[in-house]
Write a protein of this length. Structure first.
Length: 186
């Protein structure tokens, strides 16, 4: 049970590193094996964090946030890939370069190969976010059963997300009121 967190200011407004540090500190119990942060240098306005809890042999090689070889994509993920052998075989046969055996590396490569269609090929229990550093586009997803939490708030110019709702609510400007539309869907 790792944890992810992020703040995206779509207008490029810089993010104080302390904001992301406080979000991940709230989830420190999820990061027994370390907490790592990534802030985009230019243009600014993006901060991603990961609280690591190693639970598999493959996770021993894992470090997040994961940045693609070309630096264009950055991923944070909480979860696991159950069909990793099949997925790995498919990706390698398509020429993907996998730097390690970790699940986040597989998801990043799958996204690079199939875009949002990667979700049709990944079996597991996960929540993740992938940031495009040049196009300033964010892709977030959960597995179909939604076992891993992904709480978020979107103001129209800022997106705040995390595995724990308290991490989201701790960001200044995020209201502590329920979303009636989401409650109605439950």
């Amino acid at each position: 049970m790792s944890g992810i967190a992020g703040i995206i200011n779509f207008d490029g407004e810089p993010i104080a590193p302390e904001l992301l540090e406080s979000m991940t500190a709230v989830m420190e119990y999820r990061g027994r094996d370390g907490i790592q942060l990534w802030l985009q240098e230019a243009p600014k306005g993006v901060a991603l964090g990961h609280c690591l809890l190693r639970t598999t042999a493959e996770s021993m090689e894992e470090q997040q946030p994961v940045v693609s070889i070309d630096g264009l994509l950055v991923l944070v993920m909480d979860g696991r890939v159950d069909n990793w052998m099949e997925l790995r075989r498919q990706l390698v046969s398509m020429g993907a370069i996998l730097r390690d055996r970790s699940d986040p590396e597989l998801i990043l490569a799958a996204y690079r190969c199939w875009g949002e269609g990667c979700l049709d090929r990944i079996d597991g229990d996960f929540a993740f976010a992938i940031w495009h550093t040049e196009s300033r586009h964010l892709f977030c997803a959960r597995d179909p059963l939604g076992g891993k939490p992904f709480h978020y708030y979107f103001s129209g110019r800022q997106l705040v997300f995390a595995s724990d709702v308290h991490a989201v609510l701790g960001v200044p400007g995020v209201p502590e009121e329920p979303n009636p539309g989401v409650i109605a869907e439950c």
